[in-house]
Write a protein that binds this ligand. Structure first.
Ligand code: PL3
Ligand code: FE2
Ligand code: FE2
Length: 232
């Protein structure tokens, strides 16, 4: 705790070092919210019975995007959106392919479990070390991300038996991508006083809890979590 406080005291949000890291992390978050916005629109088409709920989620995601754009402007940082597009390209491609094949379970795993857990892990950590303006925005956003995760959990729990095999396959394909993404942000996150270990831990807690809520056993969850690590 004291260590965190010391580190935080030294954070200078106006320094070139901080702003350089922020130009990539802020872009990642903006692009992530944009991807989430589009993914929920696609999901609304794939799941007509939940159409209105999913459109509501997609609109929340555009508000999140606007909030984080304001955070960048507040620090006079220009987000590196090209970098962020490449950062998301693996999950983006896998989501598009699954959607084209009508694989709604895979789409839900990528968006509502993986991306939302990643967002929650990142935002919960960021809240501790953010500037005042960004902290207030992020606190509002993260509350809504829990409700997005919950949408995926509830749907997948209700369809658990017939979804199980596809979830396992989708996990195996997409979890390694998350570890690669975390490695790519490690350095910039550190500059912003966020440690990779804490991000990994927060992600695994959220993701493991989600898998448990859906119906996986502890044994399953251990096995599913190991895939990411092996392929990383
Ligand atoms: C879903 O609603 C939004 C998806 C956004 C994903 C963001 C992932 C961020 C990873 C960067 C880790 C460093 C922490 C950044 C804190 C703002
Ligand atoms: Fe969001
Ligand atoms: Fe979300």
């Amino acid at each position: 705790m004291q260590q965190l406080a010391d580190q935080f005291k030294e954070l200078d949000f106006q320094s070139e070092t901080y702003k350089d890291a922020y130009s990539r992390i802020n872009a990642i978050v903006i692009e992530g919210e944009q991807e989430a916005h589009e993914n929920y629109i696609t999901l609304a088409q794939l799941l007509p019975e939940s159409h209105d709920d999913l459109i509501r989620l997609s609109k929340m995601e555009s508000r999140h995007k606007k909030g984080f754009e304001a955070c960048g402007r507040n620090l006079q940082v220009t987000p590196d959106l090209q970098f962020a597009k490449e950062f998301f390209s693996g999950l983006h491609q896998n989501f598009q392919t699954a959607a084209a094949e009508g694989k709604v379970v895979t789409c839900l795993l990528i968006q509502s479990l993986i991306i939302e857990c990643f967002a929650i892990a990142a935002y919960e950590n960021y809240i501790n070390v953010a500037d005042d303006f960004a902290r207030k925005i992020t606190e509002g956003v993260v509350k809504e991300e829990y409700s997005h995760l919950n949408f995926g959990e509830v749907w997948l729990k209700e369809h658990f038996t017939e979804s199980k095999a596809e979830l396992e396959e989708a996990n195996r394909q997409n979890l390694p991508i998350v570890w690669r993404m975390l490695n790519e942000v490690e350095r910039d996150a550190h500059t912003m006083a966020m440690e990779k270990d804490a991000l990994v831990e927060a992600f695994m807690i959220q993701y493991g809890e989600a898998l448990s809520n859906i119906g996986f056993t502890t044994r399953d969850i251990m096995r599913l979590s190991a895939y990411g690590l092996i392929a990383a």
